[in-house]
Design a protein around this ligand. Sequence first.
Ligand code: ADP
Length: 554
Amino acid sequence: LDNTSTPYYAEVIHVLKNTFRLPSFRRNQLEAINATLDGKDVFVLMPTGGGKSLCYQLPAVCKSGRTQGVTFVISPLVALITDQVASLREKNINVDCMSSLRSADDSRDVMRRLRSHQKPDICYITPEKLRESNAMQEILAALYEYKQIARFVIDEAHVIQSWGRDFRDAYAELHMLRDRYPDVPIMALTATANKTAIQDIHARLGLRNPVCLVQSFNRPNLYYAVQPKPTTKKKAVQAIAGFIKSQHAADTGIVYGFSKAECEELAEQLRKDYGLSAKHYHAGMEPQERSTTQEEWQCGRCKIIVATIAFGMGIDKPDVRFVIHSTLPKSMDGYYQETGRAGRDGEPADCILYYAYKDVVSRLHMINSDRNDKGPPRTPEEKKRQIEDIRAVAQYCRNEVDCRRSMILAHFNERFDAHLCPKGCDNCSKGGMIVRQQYTSEAQQAIRLFEQMTASMDRVPVGHFKDVFAGRNKAKVRDSGHDQLSLFGVGKSVDGDRIIGVMMDTDIFMIAREASASGWTNDYLKLGSQADACLSGDLAVELTFRNNGAGNGS
Ligand code: ADP
């Protein structure tokens, strides 16, 4: 059936133009709206900024659907609820919300309206409120009896997955909606889910033959690149400022940093040392200061926001021309969301990630030590997952040959043909043929050399090891006597730094971090869990590169 020949079409178009004042639908919106008006279960997977809200807000005000009454929207983020309620009220839509932020009186008012003849068309509610309020359950039961619940909408449906980072207890119990109110259609929406996750969400909500609207996550107008991060802070800032000044002098952008302190420092340097219009933004700021900063950026008075990942939820600025990560994102998922804030207007935008292996070590160290973290300590499963997430990011960064877009989309189980990228990422721009070369015997010799060195040195700094492996004639090397070892310089004729990099990625080597009494941290090389597998030849060490040019040689 054609999407425009449904019994709802006339009303749907009328509401789109007159209430929402939008000229046309985006991809999958009309399909989702038709399906829910038809009384079907719907699952919508759409990238952030794709326009998920319209999929349930618009049918909520339509009278021609098969189900009548209130559309209940279960949403985990109070801030997002508040924004949406305000913007719906501006459109004169009858909307209410129930969250922990509202007073008992407010909640009673909402419930009174739900019982009255002036019911809202949409009622937002947090999952906790839904679970905890008996009065609310009674109202739902009564509305259900009189067929006055049009649909349940589960926004951010990925939150239901128990292994997910955003997991919320109360989401796990949402199956009760289907159990108690079996005739009410459900619409679930999310921006993050791969194939297994989708099935999991369907099962946990008890969706029945849902109409699945899953759309490509590809953002064709975004250019992805990874740059080696300079070793000193000063040079790292210089690199970022240089990039902005040469490519985006007058543009709006976001720079993501590691910590609150780092964001403040970086913003100040960009301002003072490079004359850029930059401000910091993080969760530690006063709410007033935070919203002022966001507004200044939103209206273009401030061009660059230097932020922790606290910045972004609900950000909707169309003309963001660059997103720079001055350090690793927490996961590929996070990277996709954060870079997804660039180029929403469809015009080209750059996503640059500055990578240093040291940042991987810092992040792993933080996960394992529970440092720098609010809230309860991580469970062992959480740790494991977060470590996997960081490793996936590191792998993405170290990969100097494969199409970045393909790697990102593969993360969402989406196959993307790199030929379609052509110059949409740094790796595809290099051209040339991909070559893989084995360096297993060099890796084995590196391990043996390391063992020789540890006979006379307790803790081998990474840089020192690289020097000895490459046979560099440095004072420190001579002083240690390591230039006398039989395997000194055994990696002379190969790209030792990169081979050692791959060995660290694959757990043949690892870095141990120690804090000294004076507060400095020192990194030492250690053998990792895969060292034996490498020595026995069970684990190959391979470098991959493009045959026409040099890699970035980090
Ligand atoms: P999501 O929840 O998927 O991240 P939103 O629902 O917040 O996305 O929508 C993102 C932006 O796109 C909003 O500014 C919204 O007004 C706009 N938008 C949604 N649908 C359309 C449309 N059909 N035409 C134009 N703009 C739209």
